[in-house]
Design a protein around this ligand. Sequence first.
Ligand SMILES: *Cc1c(COP(=O)(O)O)cnc(C)c1O
Length: 367
Amino acid sequence: MSIPFVDLKTQYEALKTQINARIQTVLEHGKYIMGPEVKELEDRLSIYSGAKHCITVASGTEALLISLMALEIKPGDEVITTPFTFVATVEVIVLLGAKPVFVDIDPDTCNIDAALIAAKITKRTRAIVPVSLYGQPADMEEINRIASQHGNIPVIEDAAQSFGAKYQNRKSCNLSTIACTSFFPSKPLGCYGDGGAIFTDDDEIAQTCREIRVHGQSKRYIHTRVGVGGRMDTLQCAVVLAKLDRFDWEVERRIEIGQRYNDLFDRAGIDRVKQRPDRSSVFAQYTIRVPQREKVQTYLNNVDIPSAVHYPVPLNEQPAYRHLCCSDCTPISMQQSQQVISLPMSADLAETDQFRIVRELQAALQA
Ligand SMILES: *Cc1c(COP(=O)(O)O)cnc(C)c1O
């Protein structure tokens, strides 16, 4: 039987009663936009993360866009980020007319290399956007320190993949000025469509994000700023609320499964993305590194093991963004993009399936 890359079916079976009941409640009260589940979810996520404010939005991309808009990022501004991420991180910077400044990654974790950030700060730097890639928080303490040394540059954690992860004793989404997460179905905490959230301790930023989310509206039909249509549907909030019932258990399983993969690959001498001891990853992706990746993917495909590449092309090499950076400024990202391969990962992944995946991988590498 083939192993799902992300097993949403088993999760739904386990939570069917709660999810169906939550959806039914929304269908009955009929408040599809900004219904009571929106506030309920925001309160729950704020408590869960430890951040004072949570603002749900239409997607992770929208969370990033609204956050940058709240910081008044405009043409001519520079935003420091990583090229080794999903396109949304950089897309929103460019949409606002600002310039992404790419900093290379640490080859162990594939997160932004904090030691390279200070050299890229100029008087036009308006924000730093580290990505907590594959579910592991970036070096947030060091990044915050650099940001505060350079005149309190705001730090936005792109936590689209890391909701539920921990950094020292704090949760991802509560590690910097602002954090953005995504509830895209395959993320560690997913809904059944698009959704996302913004987190901050700053009252003013929170209020600004709330206004931008509804067309810059401060009162009904009074538009005090330019905004977007960026709300998260009540139905999607209801789905996330139901999924929260099992989320702690899922985070524990993900860590356990990730660690088992680590042990198996280390024993097999297969190179993998590393985790730092002062933080936990929720393994949004479980990612290893192989030579001749295409050959390995074909082999796995033939034995019904799905795999994916996060990400095959660094963003500063993409046609739409290439002109924004010299091509050889991030050699580690370039090298990683040619080797990384992500394997099936979900809280419900069976141990026997994991053994099979590792066995087939060894066979693929020897083939
Ligand atoms: C998924 C993802 C996003 C975008 O989230 P959407 O909800 O799909 O818009 C942004 N950044 C990273 C790193 C992501 O993985």
